[in-house]
Write a protein that binds this ligand. Structure first.
Ligand SMILES: C[S@@+](CC[C@H](N)C(=O)[O-])C[C@H]1O[C@@H](n2cnc3c(N)ncnc32)[C@H](O)[C@@H]1O
Length: 300
């Protein structure tokens, strides 16, 4: 047995490493999640051929340990995701949120829509958002045609509308998978035939997201712990990310999201997450069992 396998994680080492991870990415490992942290630290330490958690900690905080720190954080993220996750919330998004957004924009002749999927994992969330926005826009266009010639075949986003979807994550490996946009049958369970036909190309056993959908999305690295986050969004999806942060970090993130949204913009969080008791700056919007939060504007 090697020394690495027998290395003991002392309370002091655990506290140092927990604090470092928290400071770097906001993830909080409470007692329930400590065994997971321990396991991942052990694996990384072994890969680095170090024999104590303290030496591993020293490496992480050193200049030459930057790459290793990125690797560790990638090993600590939970990347579970799926297409059309939380259907009730997506119905609310496609109908109520998009309706309100497009009507307000059309009134001001502002034809740009900007959506951010923060913590996008392997891409199913931003691709789902793109498909729903495209459908919502087509429907809006039917009811409110604009005096612009639309070329044939009809584009996914009818002129003069412009849609930009930013999809970001702290994990480079999931971002690469997201950019590949190729999914296996078992990952397509929630995608009905209408969506498969319109938005995917089937190649062999896999489904590839069509080029015109991919073109709406820009993937990028963003760590939600930092202050400099993408601004001027109409809707932010940050689902099943905040649940790994403690209350203080959740409050800081909600405050940042408030600033990253346009006036009256929307924030969508995960099914097990809520803004209740964390902020007064958003109001809850509800339909069936779907929930979203809308930015409240200060009265002039
Ligand atoms: C459970 S997945 C959720 C994916 C998708 N939003 C959904 O609900 O299906 C959480 C994602 O958040 C990312 N994440 C965790 N901490 C982050 C941080 N500080 N900055 C950016 N992304 C983070 C993880 O890498 C992971 O891909």
């Amino acid at each position: 047995m090697s020394t690495t396998e027998t290395a003991v994680l002392t309370d002091a080492e655990l506290r140092l490493l927990q604090a470092l991870v928290y400071q770097e990415c906001g993830m909080h490992f409470d007692d329930r999640r400590t065994p997971f942290l321990h396991d991942r630290l052990q694996r990384r330490m072994k890969d680095c051929q170090l024999d104590s958690f303290y030496s591993y900690y020293r490496l992480l905080i050193s200049q030459k340990g930057k790459e290793e720190l990125t690797k560790l954080l990638e090993n600590l993220t939970v990347n579970e995701t799926s297409f059309f996750r939380n259907k009730a919330q997506l119905d609310l998004f496609q109908h109520d949120v998009m309706d309100d957004l497009l009507n307000r924009k059309q009134e001001r002749r502002d034809y740009s829509v900007r959506i951010w999927s923060a913590g996008c994992s392997t891409g199913q969330e931003p691709y789902t958002a793109a498909m729903l926005v495209a459908d919502a826009l087509s429907y809006h266009y039917l009811r409110h045609p604009v005096p612009f010639e639309s070329p044939l075949p009809k584009p996914l986003v009818p002129a003069p509308w412009r849609v930009e979807i930013l999809a970001s994550d702290i994990n480079y490996s999931v971002l690469r998978t997201a950019q590949e946009a190729s999914y296996a049958e078992h990952q397509m369970a929630a995608v009905d035939y209408g969506y498969r036909l319109r938005y995917f190309d089937k190649t062999g056993a896999r489904y590839a997201v069509k080029k015109n959908v991919k073109e709406l999305i820009h993937f990028d690295f963003h760590n939600l712990k930092t202050e400099y986050l993408p601004q001027r969004n109409d809707v932010i999806f940050c689902r099943n990310v905040m649940m790994y942060f403690d209350e203080a970090e959740q409050k800081r993130l909600i405050e940042k999201f408030y600033r990253c949204l346009n006036p009256h913009g929307y924030l969508l969080v995960g099914h097990a997450e809520s803004l209740l008791g964390l902020t007064e700056k958003f109001r809850m919007v509800h339909r069936n069992s779907g929930t979203a939060y809308q930015r409240v504007e200060e009265k002039a």
